[in-house]
Write a protein that binds this ligand. Structure first.
Ligand SMILES: NC(=O)c1ccc[n+]([C@@H]2O[C@H](COP(=O)([O-])OP(=O)(O)OC[C@H]3O[C@@H](n4cnc5c(N)ncnc54)[C@H](O)[C@@H]3O)[C@@H](O)[C@H]2O)c1
Length: 280
């Protein structure tokens, strides 16, 4: 750990901090004077990011509940407090539902849902004891609107939204804050390695181009990090970005059946594969 005076400097843990959204959050929190520990499965990338921004790195697999609890206790002891936990680590699972094996479902649940549960289970008692702290769980727009061709992902992200909002209500009187982040498609390496360690699928291979076709333009990770930290500072329950995502979310709440029809139209468009380069 960097030698910072225990008890005074705010501190944060960012899971999945070695890449993409987590990396940007860790960088921007550190720039605001927060002592950040990034925790990630990818040790090489984690060490690189930690060295680049002067952060602490801890190797961590969020599917390992004991390891998550041990790390959070270690950070709390070293810093004397635990202000923010960003349960952000996640993986992309993509494919037509009939293509997906149970292994796709299991891995989505293990990383995207159990990973968040482990983070909450480890951090919440610490924050209750302190009487303060902010849990920030990363879900997705796929946790708010019907998102076909990524059913295991969509399922876990809806669960993270539900978990976070219910815990927010329960925790409010105890001084602990809970927010959930729902980004639209964002330009990170996630879109280039869908289905990690799992059988590949057609849609998984095309994740980046499908995301561009669905959203028009990918959101920038730097803009998203600013949105998230602004939402955290305002203690927003749901942090939804970009603006097009907020519109889609509003539409889905007002016209749920319309949102399903719009998703069905998108399915039809996505099923029409782009022309093969060898076509004449
Ligand atoms: N990029 C998008 O379009 C997008 C959109 C909505 C939500 N999200 C969510 O944002 C979060 C961050 O995604 P990203 O786009 O920055 O992806 P990313 O792939 O760039 O980064 C994810 C990080 O999580 C780490 N990770 C994966 N499994 C892990 C595990 N078991 N334990 C610990 N670390 C693990 C990876 O090593 C990686 O460093 C994820 O929860 C993702 O579902 C991303």
């Amino acid at each position: 750990m960097n030698p910072l005076p225990a008890g005074r400097v705010k501190c944060a843990i960012v899971t999945g901090g070695a890449s993409g959204i987590g990396r940007a959050l860790a960088r921007d929190l550190s720039a605001r004077g927060v002592a950040v520990t990034i925790a990630d499965l990818d040790e090489a990338a984690g060490k690189r990011v930690a060295a680049e921004f002067g952060l602490d790195f801890a190797p961590l697999d969020v599917t390992d509940a004991e390891a998550v609890a041990a790390l959070f206790q270690r950070v709390r002891q070293a810093r004397g407090r635990l202000d923010f936990v960003f349960n952000n680590a996640g993986i992309a699972i993509g494919g037509a539902t009939e293509e997906l094996s149970l292994a796709h479902w299991d891995k989505a649940v293990d990383v995207n849902l159990r990973g968040v549960v482990h983070g909450v289970h480890a951090a919440y008692p610490i924050m209750l004891e302190q009487g303060f702290g902010h849990l920030v769980n990363t879900a997705s727009m796929a946790g708010l609107v019907p998102a076909p061709f990524m059913l295991p992902y969509t399922t876990t992200k809806h669960a993270v939204v539900g978990l976070s909002l219910a815990l927010r209500a329960e925790a409010a009187a105890r001084g602990v804050r809970v927010s959930v982040v729902c980004p639209g498609f964002t330009d990170t390496p996630l879109l280039d390695h869908a289905n990690p360690g799992l059988p590949e699928t057609e849609m998984g291979r095309q994740a980046r181009s499908a995301a561009v076709r669905a959203q028009g333009r990918l959101y920038s990770v730097d803009a998203l990090s600013r949105d998230i930290l602004r939402g955290v500072a305002r203690n927003q329950a749901l942090i939804v970005a970009p603006a097009s995502g907020r519109m889609a979310w509003r539409g889905a709440r007002m016209f749920p059946a319309g949102a399903v029809r719009a998703a069905a139209l998108a399915v039809r468009r996505l099923r029409v594969s782009p022309p093969d380069k060898t076509d004449i």
